[in-house]
Design a protein. Structure first.
Length: 422
């Protein structure tokens, strides 16, 4: 198979040769692929150096002049560092262009955090009217490039080194059905280079598998039509949950449970290799298998989606939170007692000694016993009479949560059982 980044470089150079309206702007990165085209077309192939904000502004300026710009550098520099220029130069001025990134989430793991951009697609999602291509094969890179340059509007092509064994046609707004399960099969949506890992991870499991090499526009109808079981898994090669909102909107009229897998928010502070980063985020076949199997084996509570969770019962898919709801008057009483009885001591010292927390804990038990049944009754009334606004049932209750020590304590950072080697 061809290298995806090299495929982009060759395709971009060919497009400059083939179409006089196409311009290529880059910032040193991938220049080895553009030497010949830059020599022949110095007016349409521009290297701005390591000036990423200028890179995007030049591309937007070329678009304003009527040209179709291809703008390229690493994802962390193109989307994150120059985001304001993307927002103003392209969106605010309402011009089109093709932004092409390399590096992805951790292709350049040896470059450290400065060269990693797992949040690029999520950041672009804050701007309207972007078509986002996530090719999972070098052939899809070429097809995405040619389609984006030939089209109008704003396109983002995310080129990474990892690729699948088989290429699929690039059809913006439409997903591919790769595997159909039984009538009760869960649905797994694999994005870009995650497909091979998903197919390996779900081997032997009753699942239907969808594949997306273009995620924006999102294929709402395609996902909705395939889902027959409440269990849906979303596997993306960037920040976990990036497309969770789109998937939920596609299934807004269908009871469902959604598991979003992708790059976790925790920062891995050891360089490692791309493969080790993939394993650390449990995005390799073994990690995906474990996550998906756990999710599929989780029993679905009866009518879990039929009513909102109880105030004292936690969420429908997890244990109750270890917290209580204290009325405002109880809090005022605690504060008053502290001011009268301990007024001679400065508050910072009281906090340091734990006196405030100790006195407050004296009230937790009685407050929970006194007000718990009232709040539980209010929640039951709210479920029984959904037309009554919740605010009218709450009265003076503030809803402020005071976590009890122990269960809700923040856990220290960890690597999810996959520490990277030095």
């Amino acid at each position: 198979m061809r290298d995806p980044r090299e495929t982009f470089g060759r395709t971009a150079a060919d497009l400059v040769e083939e179409d006089l309206s196409v311009a290529l702007v880059y910032a040193e990165i991938s220049g080895q692929y553009f030497t010949a085209a830059e020599t022949r077309h110095p007016d349409r192939v521009v290297n701005v150096g390591i000036r990423e904000q200028l890179l995007v502004n030049v591309g937007a300026g070329l678009a304003l002049s009527g040209m179709r710009p291809i703008v390229h550098t690493f994802a962390s520099f193109l989307v994150e560092r120059a985001f304001e220029q993307v927002k103003l130069g392209f969106n605010h001025q309402d011009v089109g262009g093709v932004l092409v990134s390399a590096g992805g989430s951790f292709d350049i793991s040896a470059g450290g955090r400065t060269h990693q951009a797992p949040g690029d697609v999520a950041l672009l999602d804050t701007l309207p009217d972007w078509t986002v291509h996530v090719p999972g094969h070098s052939d899809e890179v070429e097809a995405s490039m040619r389609g984006a340059v030939a089209a109008d509007g704003r396109h983002y092509v995310r080129v990474v080194g990892q690729q699948n064994s088989v290429a699929f046609p690039v059809r913006p707004g439409r997903f591919h059905v790769v595997r159909r399960g039984t009538a009760t099969a869960a649905t797994v949506l694999a994005v870009g280079p995650m497909l091979d890992g998903v197919l390996a991870a779900t081997r032997g499991l009753d699942t239907s598998v969808l594949y997306a090499n273009t995620v924006r526009p999102f294929d709402f109808a395609g996902l909705r039509q395939l889902v027959a079981d409440p269990r849906v898994v979303l596997v993306e090669p960037y920040l976990a949950g990036t497309s969770a909102d789109a998937a939920s909107r596609a299934l807004v009229d269908v009871p469902h449970r959604l598991l979003s897998l992708g790059v976790r928010r925790e920062e891995l502070r050891r360089y490692g290799t791309p493969e080790e980063h993939l394993a650390a985020h449990e995005l390799d076949a073994a990690g995906l298998r474990a996550s998906i199997a756990r999710f599929l084996e989780t029993p679905i509570p009866d009518a879990a989606w039929a009513s909102p969770p109880s105030v004292r019962g936690g969420t429908a898919y997890g244990p109750p939170r270890t917290s209580v709801l204290l009325p405002e008057r109880v809090l005022d009483l605690v504060a008053g007692l502290l001011q009268v009885g301990l007024g001679l001591l400065p508050l910072p010292l009281l906090l340091e000694l734990g006196v405030v927390g100790g006195v407050a804990e004296l009230f937790l038990g009685p407050a929970e016993a006194a007000f718990g049944p009232v709040l539980g009754l209010a929640a039951d009334l709210h479920r029984a009479v959904p037309s009554v606004p919740w605010s009218t049932l709450r009265g003076p209750v503030t809803g402020i949560q005071y976590p009890v020590r122990g269960a809700n304590m923040r856990r220290p950072p960890h690597y999810h059982g996959h520490p990277l080697p030095l």
